[in-house]
Design a protein around this ligand. Structure first.
Ligand SMILES: Nc1nc(O)c(N)c(N[C@@H]2O[C@H](COP(=O)(O)O)[C@@H](O)[C@H]2O)n1
Length: 193
């Protein structure tokens, strides 16, 4: 999937750069949003997203999720990029959509509040160089694909319209710790609406 570049007026959007600041919880690195999947609890959506690159390597997934720091988890994944599933670039946005939907599904009270607090403003992941997931500052504008910000805005609309449901994407070999991910992988007993 190829997404177009967007431009957002600097003073007219909600930004997050790291987990710090008022909207830091929108970041995949944010702690306090545990994810329950296939009987395991992960600390962050970042760890889940990074682990899902490696469906055929449960030992790499295990190592990724044991890091307390999501940045370290991501760095560890970087060391094994050659083992990334071959269709990753085609599916990664779908995977990310699933990760943030799961974050909401299992942390509904606090995450829905955070999404709604952004009102109708554009949400932008402000980064120094990642124009795919976020956008960089160019004069008066943030410029980039801002894929994460756009997925968060899409999710916010579903919450606003009471249309949110967790959808398990149709992805071949969608596996975590050797088990296929399906509805039974993700308990909803932690879901409060
Ligand atoms: N290195 C780093 N530090 C941060 O503080 C970040 N927010 C990010 N971006 C996040 O990295 C994920 C994408 O990883 P890939 O580069 O596709 O492996 C995604 O969660 C971005 O929001 N990176």
């Amino acid at each position: 999937m190829v997404l177009s570049i967007r431009k957002y007026k600097k003073d007219e959007c909600i930004t997050f750069k790291s987990t710090k600041g008022h909207y830091g919880s929108l970041s995949n690195m944010a702690p306090n949003y545990p994810i329950h999947i296939n009987g395991t609890i992960l600390r962050t959506t970042e760890a889940l997203y990074q682990a899902l690159r490696f469906p055929n390597y449960p030992e790499i997934q295990k190592e990724i999720i044991q890091y307390a720091s999501p940045i370290s988890a991501k760095k560890f994944g970087r060391r094994h990029l050659n083992k990334t599933r071959s269709d990753w670039n085609q599916i990664r946005f779908k995977v990310m959509k699933f990760c943030i939907e799961l974050k909401l599904y299992q942390n509904y009270d606090i995450f829905s509040k955070m999404l709604l607090a952004t009102k109708d403003l554009p949400i932008v992941e402000y980064t120094d160089k990642d124009k795919v997931w976020g956008a960089t500052l160019e004069g008066e504008y943030y410029v980039g694909t801002n894929a994460l910000g756009r997925l968060l805005m899409e999710l916010r609309e579903k919450v606003k319209n009471d249309k949110f449901e967790l959808i398990i994407p149709e992805i071949e070999n969608f596996r975590f710790l050797s088990q296929i991910i399906d509805k039974n992988s993700v308990p909803n007993n932690v879901y409060k609406k």
